[in-house]
Design a protein around this ligand. Structure first.
Ligand SMILES: C[S@@+](CC[C@H](N)C(=O)[O-])C[C@H]1O[C@@H](n2cnc3c(N)ncnc32)[C@H](O)[C@@H]1O
Length: 239
């Protein structure tokens, strides 16, 4: 097992032990394969938008099969580190040169970009914990730009924070109800739950995120309930 030795500064998703962090990456990879109807990702070309480092660390350190993995992120330093650390033809990484209030406060607004910095088509596109930290305009841009590089029978999986209780109790609404009760949703059906920490909890009402996905050229095949692996998951196919 090769260690990627990701610096702490480039690890997203709470303070977990290294093994817990890798396990949650493996669980997401398993979920991706299952949603794509495969036993693994060995035959698929994957685009991971807002990639961070967790999936690639899980793939490399746990030896998970993947056809091609392209990771893009708005954090230029993280992408530079990945490009320097991994020189293997099945991996590629590129920076999305734009701004996000939480992760990259400088730069131009995302919707001013013409496209994502990658060439498709991709069989499987993932956005894990990304729509949970973006504005409605950025969500619309990312879903539209992802649609442009999806293969005709491609699949997009994206986790979202929905303001709804869930049966299993794994959603953030279940544990943070007081925050939701105080939140003001705008006319687009969006709320930034803690404006003092912008985009830490970006919440879309179900109909709002569905409308954005549909306008971006996607058909909503399903919205999976929150689980220990991910929050609500949008399962999208090209319309
Ligand atoms: C909570 S982290 C999740 C990282 C990774 N997907 C995971 O599950 O560990 C959110 C990531 O999305 C990236 N991000 C935020 N806005 C973005 C955008 N507009 N385009 C690409 N990446 C973005 C951030 O830099 C950050 O790495």
């Amino acid at each position: 097992m090769a260690a990627l030795d990701v610096p702490q500064a480039f690890r997203r998703g709470g303070r977990k032990s290294h093994q817990e962090w890798l396990d949650s990456g493996c669980a997401l990879v398993e979920l991706m394969a299952a949603e794509a109807g495969r036993s693994d990702l060995s035959t698929l070309s994957v685009l991971d938008i807002g990639c961070g480092t967790k999936l690639v660390a899980a793939i490399v350190e746990q030896g998970l099969p993947v056809g091609r993995y392209t990771g893009i992120d708005i954090d230029g330093a993280l992408i530079a580190w990945l490009n320097a650390a991994l020189d293997e033809p099945r991996f590629a990484f590129a920076e999305v040169p734009a701004r996000n209030a939480r992760y990259a406060p400088d730069g131009s607004p995302l919707p001013s970009l013409e496209r994502l910095p990658v060439d498709g088509p991709f069989d499987l596109i993932s956005m894990w914990s990304v729509l949970t930290h973006v504005t409605p305009d950025d969500a619309a841009f990312l879903l539209g730009a992802a649609r442009a590089v999806a293969s005709p029978d491609g699949l997009l999986l994206a986790s979202v924070f929905l303001p709804e209780p869930s049966e299993g109790g794994h959603g953030i609404y279940d544990s943070m109800r007081r925050w939701f009760d105080r939140a003001t949703f705008d006319e687009q059906g969006f709320a930034d739950l803690n404006p003092r920490s912008p985009l830490k909890w970006a919440v879309f009402r179900r109909d709002a995120i569905v409308e954005i996905a549909v306008a971006a050229g996607w058909k909503v095949e399903a919205i999976r309930p929150p689980s220990p692996v991910a929050q609500h998951v949008l399962v999208l196919r090209p319309a």
